[in-house]
Design a protein around this ligand. Structure first.
Ligand code: GLC
Length: 549
């Protein structure tokens, strides 16, 4: 296994719309990120991943791009971007940009042309089927509800959109499309960008027969077997790697809906020369019920651990893992995997201890470092996210119990993670002087960066300590992993070791004090999230780090 800067580093993910507004228009901007670079650097993170900042009509908050070479004016335009990149360089921070090329915006000039006529040179940049406005080419459902097909009057056919109607899928079968994509990638890498997070990259190769999905198939399986991992996906990724990625010393992480243990290793195998890492969602779909995301079931902790164990095993000798518990598409980690009530502080600290001690590159999502929590608005009107809103409409149309559904929204909505960053206790959490594009979480007077800076035992200071500890101990990066109590219903206990050191970790994922027998060996307590480690019982949400002496 080769050593690498992107294996040894820690990523901080920013959702720029919600980070820091400097113009008073209620939207975060790049100038805001520049202003906070000292703060970001103080966390000890080494790479920043920015969610999309390109020109976009924002049907899906930037994941619908209308100009791939232009930074949106809302965010400060290309000039601000150049300033940000230079300021990051000065601090030795690396920049990872989002690359969204499974689909473009319908307002991109390619699509504007493509929809005009069948013989337009851009027509074949997208995917067209059928000739009857009243008959969809197949029964596929969009990730955001409704058919994946939309009728286009001018050419008398439907186009494919796996996401919203304003996100038409690009036709990767067309070599011209692939060339365009590689040129865009080259444009940003030549500017000095250090890495790419590739949006839903597992979906770029379509199964061209477009056969109906069996009615009873759960959506998770549809994703894996019908939409993702298509016949040419590995060929396309190898081509992109050969044509452009391999010319630069960069890091790549592919977002992989439908990528599980069967498919994952191939995407990231060093021999295959495709991607460095993927984001799989095995642990983040773990509480999806029979009706999917908005039908949540209790989390199976033993399975949760098994997922980490199996992925570690699968990538132990070839490839590399990404370690994350949330991002802009999921709820807040302390609310979902911890306890955001009485044990908010302890459980937030436990979760970062876990993130920093597993094998793989760890990702921290903005706000988690101060223990930001989910929101629970009483009305759907307070939600902005297109996925949440569409799911709501579909549930209403299906006659579902909407009180129950609202609870599911509180639990699962992507907006939980998109509320503005809480900087201080002043109005709007110091995020903006204007009206925030999305409501601020009401708990900002107590949960904010300024308050956390002043408290010696805050979650924020513990994040810094944990990130520094990770960076100082490459054993935690590269060392072997073994789960010592895979069947335990609330403890997560494992070892990480190599020639240099041997660490023992134990986390109590519960509200109850739990007994634990320390394995034999000369283990010395290093630190944990409680000050007193001598207790025979592990306190609620306690984490401890031991080292062999
Ligand atoms: C990815 C993004 C998500 C977006 C979707 C469509 O899953 O993370 O935010 O809605 O792709 O581009």
């Amino acid at each position: 296994m080769n050593n690498n800067w992107w294996k040894e580093g820690v990523v901080y993910q920013i959702y720029p719309r919600s980070y820091k507004d400097t113009t008073g228009n209620g939207l975060g901007d790049l100038e805001g990120i520049i202003q906070q670079l000292d703060y970001i650097q103080s966390l000890g993170v080494t790479m920043l991943w920015l969610c999309p900042i390109y020109e976009s009509p924002n049907d899906d908050n930037g994941y619908d791009i209308s100009d791939y070479r232009k930074i949106s004016d809302e965010f400060g335009g290309n000039k601000s971007f150049d300033r940000l990149l230079a300021a990051m360089r000065e601090r030795g921070l690396k920049l990872i940009m989002d690359l969204v090329v499974n689909h473009s915006s319908d307002e991109h000039h390619w699509f504007q042309q493509a929809k005009k006529s069948k013989d337009n040179p851009y027509h074949d940049y997208y995917i067209w089927r059928g000739n009857n406005p009243n008959e969809k080419p197949n029964n596929w459902q969009s990730v955001f509800n409704g058919s994946v097909w939309k009728w286009n009057e001018a050419t008398q056919e439907h186009f494919l959109h796996l996401y919203t109607q304003k996100q038409p899928d690009l036709n990767w079968e067309n070599p011209k499309v692939r060339k365009e994509v590689y040129a865009i990638v080259d444009f940003w890498l030549a500017k000095g960008v250090d890495g790419l997070r590739m949006d839903v990259i597992s979906l770029i190769s379509k199964r061209l027969a477009f056969e109906d999905v069996p009615n009873e198939m759960p959506f998770i399986d549809v994703m894996e077997k019908v939409y993702a991992n298509g016949p040419r996906v590995h060929e396309f990724l190898k081509e992109m790697n050969r044509e452009v990625l391999s010319n630069y010393d960069i890091v790549t992480v592919g977002e992989g809906p439908g990528v599980n243990l069967v498919h994952g290793p191939r995407y990231v195998s060093a021999r295959e020369k495709e991607l460095n890492m993927v984001f799989h969602f095995d642990h983040l779909t773990i509480d999806f019920g029979p009706d999917g995301k908005y039908d949540p079931v209790p989390l199976d902790f033993v399975r949760f651990k098994a997922i980490f164990r199996q992925w570690d095993e699968a990538l132990a000798n070839d490839g590399w893992n990404s370690i994350f518990l949330g991002n802009h598409d999921f709820s807040r980690i302390v609310s979902r995997f911890g306890n955001d009530g009485v044990y908010r502080e302890q459980s937030a600290k436990l979760l970062v201890t876990l993130l920093m001690t597993l094998r793989g590159t760890p990702y921290v999502y903005q706000g988690d470092e101060i223990g930001m929590t989910n929101v629970a608005h009483s009305s759907i009107e307070c939600y902005d996210d297109v996925e949440t809103r569409n799911a709501w409409k579909a549930a209403e149309a299906a006659g579902k119990d909407m009180n129950k559904f609202l609870k599911a929204v509180h639990w699962q909505s992507r907006d939980n993670a998109r509320t503005p960053m809480q900087w201080n206790a002043s109005e709007n959490a110091g995020f903006t002087t204007g009206k925030p594009w999305i409501p601020v979480n009401k708990n900002y007077p107590t949960i904010n960066v300024e308050t956390a800076e002043k408290e010696a035992n805050s979650i924020l200071h513990y994040y810094r300590k944990m990130i520094a500890f990770r960076k100082a101990n490459t054993t935690l990066v590269y060392g072997d992993f073994v789960d010592l109590l895979p069947e335990h219903p609330q403890l997560y206990c494992y070892r990480r070791w190599d020639k240099e050191a041997n660490f023992l970790l134990v986390h109590n994922f519960s509200d109850t004090p739990t007994s634990w027998e320390k394995p034999s060996g000369n283990y010395e307590f290093v630190f944990g999230n409680y000050s007193n480690e001598k207790q025979a019982l592990l306190a609620p949400w306690e984490s401890r780090i031991y080292r062999s002496v």
